[in-house]
Design a protein around this ligand. Structure first.
Ligand SMILES: Nc1ncnc2c1ncn2[C@@H]1O[C@H](COP(=O)(O)OP(=O)(O)OP(=O)(O)O)[C@@H](O)[C@H]1O
Ligand SMILES: [Mg+2]
Length: 675
């Protein structure tokens, strides 16, 4: 804004030339003699610059060429009178001193003129009063001008103040963050709209010490109510700058909001603290994104570990299982020998022990599978059974397991992930029961169908129970009452995520000292045709083949290759190798095979690479490849299996399944003229 300038400033009577004050005057007069006398009088006292006018037009024109210090006017002129001259001056917006000097004026007219605002009135020829009157009028005019300017400045300041207040108000209205300003005593001076929105309640005229309980301000453990000293704004009042402190807000209006709070002291020019400003924003969403990431991380690392262990155990396990079955069969041919019946019993036991290891490894592997939710269906009971096996170690010193299985529908989703849900619930149940009093405690698992056809799975325990105030937090990541190393507080959030992804719900009921029930509700899968299952199962009851087949087994685990050979050798000719290059050499030297068993994950040349070579060099053999997998856990391997139509056999290999598959494929290859 342009600064206010007084056009008269310093000019009015002030400049002094040759010891005399400058006076710029308009003289309204038509009589030359009178004008002469007046001008002479003025020039005697002032350094006077006068303009003589005698018509309204000339007066207007002279005024427009201002600035002027004064107008001295005759009362009666031929074309107008003194009052009209005065009106012209006012009309042109001039607050010029206006003095009438007249020879003839009725008293009445004089009164009229003074009423209209003419500043003074005197008779011609009596100049004794003129100069003091002019000086007084100049002084008064200056005072008037100064007052006017001061008023104008004040008005503009008011406008300016109003404008900045409006700006501040609209900023406070617009910022999504909460902004609060308090004075030195902690009374609220500013409270932004964002503060209302985040806190969920309006400002209250209360002491700072009452803020935590009134607004529900908690420390970052989410449980401890903050004290006055914990408030960022209170710290700032003591001169401390606070940056991004985490606070948790829970009150009647908001059920849980994370805040990042900063505050600064406000100081007067002398440095004394006059108040404090606090700024805070809602970080709940950022936090939950971060938490989801940590949950995914944990799920991924458990999956990786499980898949790795499963893969390592599978090969030796497969060999052991097949060899035990062969041994059992050989013995089975001579049942009359008594000494061997002991041996047979041992083998049966060993086989069932190995079968249990097989089941556990299978359970481990379900953690690493990445079935896409919609495509697969899961049996809640089998997921529950496998979780029970895995949690058995946690449970067995604490409680008896009671099973109440009523029919429940197949649900759509991954059995692996469902297994994770039940495992977390069972481990929690076990951990809620103290060790040692097995007979007095139970963990009950139940399945049934609810009234709208959903599968219901309940895991109940007779453990400690959960306090009512803890219930709302159970599914929040990192909420745990267990010591570090025992609990991370991710179990239930993972459960909830998996269950909701499957379109289901998870609920909890608990009574302190009596126990807890977690209930999982899952929508039934849409009905489908008969399950396709694994090739091995589909072919399990295929008729034996008519001729001896030629079989190639490529697996980097020699024990497993040898075991497969032993199973097949009575009915087929079997060649084994541990290296993909040897397999290619055999094909290149002209050998043909009805079935090529090929391990998918081999260290040098993988099964996928071997398949690509066979496909390009011996295309007629490509469809005869059967892949052996120990849990295809790389993405490349999963993609590969999804792309090719060849059958796969999962390790550990089932003996009957293997025989049936080979018979079927040898027969098929005979029909297509392959052998
Ligand atoms: N069956 C239960 N009985 C009593 N308290 C339970 C039960 N299940 C869960 N809780 C309570 O809920 C909290 C959160 O469980 P959650 O499974 O999410 O984490 P955690 O078991 O503490 O740790 P993590 O599962 O990550 O090892 C537990 O710390 C415990 O206080
Ligand atoms: Mg847990």
């Amino acid at each position: 804004m342009a600064p206010l300038v007084d056009p008269y400033d310093g000019a009015v009577g002030e400049p002094v030339v040759g010891g005399r004050k400058v006076l710029r005057a308009i003289v309204v007069e038509d009589e030359d003699d009178d004008a002469f006398l007046l001008l002479r009088e003025l020039k005697r006292v002032f350094d006077a610059h006068c303009e003589l006018v005698s018509t309204p037009e000339r007066l207007r024109e002279a005024l427009s060429r201002g600035p002027w210090d004064i107008v001295i006017s005759d009362w009666s002129l031929p074309s107008f009178n003194g009052l009209e001259a005065f009106e012209i001056v006012r009309e042109m917006g001039e607050d010029l001193p206006f003095i009438i000097v007249s020879g003839t004026i009725a008293e009445e007219a004089a009164v009229q003129a003074l009423r209209a605002g003419v500043h003074d009135f005197m008779t011609k020829g009596r100049f004794a009063r003129l100069v003091p009157a002019i000086e007084r009028e100049l002084r008064d005019a200056r005072v008037r001008r100064e007052k006017r300017l001061a008023e104008q400045r004040l008005a503009m300041q008011r406008v300016e103040t109003e404008r900045s207040e409006r700006l501040l108000r609209s900023v406070l209205q617009a910022v999504p963050d909460g902004v609060i300003v308090v004075d030195a005593e902690g009374h609220i001076v500013v409270w932004s709209a964002g503060a209302d929105a985040i806190i969920g309640m309006p400002r209250a005229e209360i002491e700072l010490s009452e803020w935590p309980s009134h607004y529900g301000i908690h420390l970052s453990d989410r449980k401890t109510l903050a004290s006055r000293e914990d408030l960022a704004i209170a710290k700032a009042l003591t001169g401390v700058a606070v940056d991004r402190e985490e606070r948790f807000l829970r009150n009647a209006k908001v059920s849980g909001v994370w805040l990042s709070v900063s505050a600064r002291p406000l100081r007067a020019a002398d440095g004394s603290i006059t108040g404090a400003v606090g700024v805070f924003h809602d970080t709940t969403q950022e936090r939950s994104a971060q938490e989801q990431l940590m949950i995914s991380d944990r799920m991924a690392s458990v999956g990786m570990l499980a898949a790795g262990v499963a893969h390592e155990i599978n090969n030796p396990l497969g060999a052991a299982l097949l060899n035990l079955e062969i041994a059992h069969e050989i013995l089975g041919e001579s049942p009359e020998r008594a000494a061997e019946s002991e041996l047979r019993a041992s083998i049966v036991d060993a086989r069932s022990a190995v079968a249990r290891v097989h089941a556990i490894v299978g359970d481990l592997r379900i953690f690493s599978r990445h079935e896409d939710g919609a495509a697969v269906s899961a049996d809640v009971r089998s997921a529950l059974e496998s979780s029970l096996r895995m949690a058995f170690n946690e449970i067995r010193h604490r409680a008896r397991v009671v099973k109440d299985y009523q029919p429940a529908p197949i649900v759509s989703g991954s059995e692996a992930r469902l297994g994770q849900v039940f495992l977390n619930l069972l481990v929690n149940a076990a951990q809620a029961i103290a060790e040692g009093n097995i007979d007095a405690n139970t963990i009950r698992v139940a399945t049934r169908t609810d009234e709208v056809g959903r599968a219901v799975v309940e895991v109940s325990d007779s453990g400690s129970g959960i306090a009512a105030e803890a219930l709302p937090h159970l599914f929040s990541p990192f909420y745990t009452t267990k010591p570090p190393g025992i609990g991370t507080g991710l179990g239930l959030p993972i459960c909830q995520r998996i269950v909701t992804q499957m379109g289901g719900e998870i609920h909890v009921e608990s009574v302190i000292g009596e126990g807890t029930t977690f209930r999982v509700l899952l929508p039934a899968a849409a009905p489908t045709g008969p399950s396709s299952g694994h090739a091995a199962h589909a072919a399990a009851r295929a008729p034996t083949s008519l001729r001896r087949g030629r079989i190639l087994v490529v697996d980097d685990e020699p024990m497993l290759a040898a075991a497969i050979r032993r199973v097949l050798v009575s009915q087929h000719d079997v060649v084994t190798t541990t290296r993909a290059v040897d397999a290619l050499d055999k094909l290149r030297s002209g050998a043909t095979f009805d079935v090529i068993f090929c391990d998918l994950m081999m260290p040098q040349v993988t099964g996928m690479e071997l398949y690509a070579r066979i496909e390009s060099e011996f295309p007629e053999h490509a469809s005869r490849v059967v892949f052996l997998t120990g849990g295809a856990f790389t993405q490349a391997a999963r993609d590969f299996l999804a792309r090719v139509s060849n059958p796969t056999l999962e390790k550990p290999i089932d003996r009957n399944g293997l025989l049936a598959l080979v018979s079927e494929r040898v027969k098929a290859s005979s029909c297509s003229g392959g052998g």
